[in-house]
Structures are given as structure tokens and as C-alpha cells.
Design a protein around this ligand. Structure first.
Ligand code: NI
Length: 267
């Protein structure tokens, strides 16, 4: 099925480019756990050729529907989440976009230049979701300049289209079903957690608790040579039930805001 194929491509790219996530996955399955994904997250810019609506449409065409909307005032992001219409075991999709008009003319023109370089044929199929950067050679000076305004913009410039992170759905775990247990497991195995806003983001009252590792540091090839950049992290989520007995399926803006910082070099 096309959707399985898409998730498989995204997962293979993710564990290839962010090897810690693959190591954690193998450690967890090695203890007998079966991994179900809570959500897969994507980043993009708000250019109408590649914005949330464009990326979201690929998932709508594959059986998803739009659910929640989220605004991140400080980071200047807008996001939507999507759920599969009929299959609850499918991961939710969380797509955010940077609101470029709220940044400098430099950032705006850089984004426009990048999108102008994308072959329009690339924009037409879900392959776009794992196509990486489509704007040629990367310039370290541009990266640094973007980084001074927005870590998100700099990340997107360097890594482009790919899953930003996958998320383990802890409710389906046998032994490591609590956020506390998984965090302890990760630390014992030498992985660092994102501590921005505390190791655990959200509370049972918010109906969602999340934690994440710090992103993998990888070598990225720029015009000027190779430099280390943080790319992707692994996230963990535990959901709680609503009064109607159903699991809460949304996202908590304050927690997601801190999770974004898992790729922040300046934190
Ligand atoms: Ni997430």
C-alpha cells in the first residue's frame, strides 16, 4: 500500500540520517517492546508552493483528514495535525510552517530563492516529503545568518524535506509505558534528553506527556567545508483519556514549543 511505502521511505531516511533513533528503536525492540508511532512531524516554510496545506494534501490523498491547528507566537510558526480517517493505528501527522513574513528581508529572500530552485515536478508527488534539500549547494554563511534569526529556518535550510522526528506511542508499550520509565531507560543507555521546559513536557491534566532526545549531531557538507549540525531527535508520548473515555489525540502548544528546541544548538 502506498501509505506503508511512504512511511517506510521516511523511516529509512530518518534512521539513516539520525542514527541514534535507529539505535533506540533497536534497543527497545530488543527488550521485547513493539513500537507503535504516535506521530510523525514535518517542518516547512509558509511559501504557498510548499506550505502546510501542500504537504498536508499528500496525506489527505492517502486517507488522512485535518484536525487541530496550533500557533507558536514566539517561534513564529503555524501547525496543523492530521489523523487517519479510518485506521486509528496510523500515526498522526504534525506539520508546521515558518511564517516568513515575520522575519527579515534576508530570510524571506533566502527562502524564496530556495523554493524557486525546486523543480516543479518534485512538488507534485509525496516523494517531496523525503526529498531533502532541493536548492543546490549549501552556504555556511547563509546557514549562520538564518540561525541568528530562527533555528527552525536554519534547520529547514540544511535538511529540507524529511521527517523531522518520529514519536513512540508509550501507551502501547509493555514495560516502558510511562514517560518516567522511558526517560530512565534512555539515560541508562547513554542518550541525552532535551531538558528545555523539564525532561517531561506536559502533565496528565494536559492529557499528553512528551519527552525527547537531543538531536543527533551530524556532518553537513557546505560550500565552505564540513560542519556539525544537529538534525533529528526521537520523541516519546503518553496520552490520557478524555471524559468520554477516548484517548486525547491533539497536541499541547506549550509542550510542542519546547520539543522544537531539541534541534537547537544555542539552547
Ligand atoms: Ni512531536
Amino acid at each position: 500500500m502506498q501509505l506503508d511505502n511512504l512511511f517506510d521511505k521516511l523511516w529509512q531516511q530518518y534512521i539513516h540520517e539520525s542514527p541514534d533513533s535507529g539505535k533506540i528503536y533497536n534497543l527497545l525492540t530488543g527488550t521485547g517492546e513493539e513500537i507503535i508511532n504516535d506521530h510523525v512531524a514535518f517542518r516547512t516554510f509558509d511559501d504557498p508552493r510548499i506550505n502546510v496545506a501542500v504537504l498536508g494534501q499528500f496525506f489527505k490523498d492517502l486517507g488522512y483528514e485535518e484536525k487541530g491547528e496550533y500557533h507558536f507566537a514566539v517561534k513564529k510558526l503555524f501547525a496543523k495535525h492530521y489523523e487517519h480517517r479510518t485506521d486509528e493505528t496510523r500515526p498522526k501527522i504534525f506539520i508546521s510552517e515558518l511564517i516568513c513574513s515575520e522575519f527579515s528581508p534576508f530570510l524571506q529572500s533566502t527562502v524564496k530563492d530556495c523554493v524557486n530552485k525546486i523543480d516543479p515536478k518534485k512538488l507534485a508527488t509525496p516523494d517531496l516529503l523525503y526529498s531533502g534539500t532541493l536548492w543546490g549547494e549549501l552556504d555556511y554563511d547563509i546557514y549562520k545568518k538564518l540561525l541568528s534569526e530562527s533555528e527552525y529556518a536554519a534547520w529547514m535550510y540544511v535538511f529540507g524535506f524529511r521527517a523531522n522526528h518520529f514519536t513512540v506511542f508509550l501507551n502501547h508499550m509493555k514495560k516502558l509505558a510511562s514517560i518516567e520509565a522511558i526517560n530512565e531507560f534512555l539515560k541508562q543507555n547513554g542518550f541525552k534528553l532535551n531538558i528545555s521546559g523539564g525532561e517531561i513536557k506536559g502533565t496528565p491534566v494536559d492529557l499528553l506527556e512528551q519527552s525527547s532526545t537531543i538531536a543527533n549531531e551530524v556532518d553537513v557538507k557546505f560550500k565552505q567545508g564540513k560542519f556539525k549540525v544537529l538534525n533529528s531527535y526521537y520523541e516519546f508520548a503518553r496520552r490520557y483519556t478524555l471524559d468520554n473515555g477516548k484517548l486525547y489525540q491533539g497536541f499541547v502548544t506549550a509542550s510542542a514549543d519546547k520539543i522544537f528546541e531539541s534541534t537547537d544548538v544555542n539552547r
